[in-house]
Write a protein that binds this ligand. Structure first.
Ligand SMILES: [Zn+2]
Length: 238
């Protein structure tokens, strides 16, 4: 069930021992000329929602739309990035409130890599303060790791995997006629602040979105759902 569609009484009456709270942590950031700003959020939310439909013990929260992104050139308008501390505090607040309503099991899912640190920071703080030991953090890319070899895959931003998966889940959001394969002219093996040089391509893409495949995305999404089923099975053992 979707959290925001319930009444307070519905939430009150849920079995808190068996219900698993699912929190998608997304972001709003540029994804080239063919994918929307909310790509990362759409991907994890749609997958979490498909998974929810396979069972009746998942309470899916609305996604957190704002995440932390590395500073990026101003030409990419539309980024709405929040500081890592702000995201960590928001997550901490949400989970502590849900815990006060007696929920015990939580899964946080994300696919936007820079959100890793704020999510872990929030969970560590909660674990210190509260008696919650049943929080699982799931990285979407780990869920589909065994399926990545299916893709003719290079790059890591708005490339063929992200494009395929969003096309499979929400094809009306993908502007196929605007796809370009591009890599930045400068590549470095470290994080540089403030950012200098053209570390992102002109379009914002880093990779090969033209190789997208709906068929391969379907396999990857099914794999993600199967892996989520396994993870929930493990969570229930605790
Ligand atoms: Zn992305």
């Amino acid at each position: 069930m979707k959290f925001e569609e319930q009444t307070w009484k519905d939430i009150h009456e849920l079995n808190k021992n068996s219900t698993i709270v699912f929190i998608p942590v997304g972001t709003i950031e540029q994804h080239g000329l063919h994918l929307p700003l909310g790509t990362d959020t759409f991907i994890i939310y749609e997958i979490a929602n498909l998974f929810r439909k396979t069972r009746n013990d998942i309470l899916l929260l609305p996604p957190i739309w704002y995440g932390y992104s590395y500073p990026i050139e101003k030409k990419f308008v539309g980024h709405i990035t929040i500081y890592p501390d702000v995201l960590a505090e928001l997550l901490e607040r949400i989970i502590i409130l849900l815990k006060s309503y007696s929920f015990k099991r939580f899964i946080l899912i994300f696919d936007h890599y820079p959100n890793t640190v704020p999510i872990q920071s929030a969970v560590q703080k909660i674990s210190k303060k509260e008696d919650i030991q049943k929080i699982i953090i799931v990285n979407f890319w780990e869920l589909i790791r065994d399926g990545l070899s299916l893709f003719d895959h290079t790059g890591f931003h708005s490339e063929s995997v992200e494009t395929s998966i969003l096309y499979y889940l929400r094809k009306e959001l993908v502007k196929v006629d605007r796809i370009v394969d591009e890599f930045p002219t400068t590549q470095i093996g470290y994080d540089l602040f403030p950012r200098k040089g053209d570390l992102v391509s002109r379009s914002g893409v880093i990779g090969d979105p033209s190789h997208f495949s709906e068929e391969k995305a379907k396999i990857a999404v099914n794999l993600a759902i199967q892996n989520l089923t396994n993870i929930v099975g493990e969570l229930q053992l605790y």
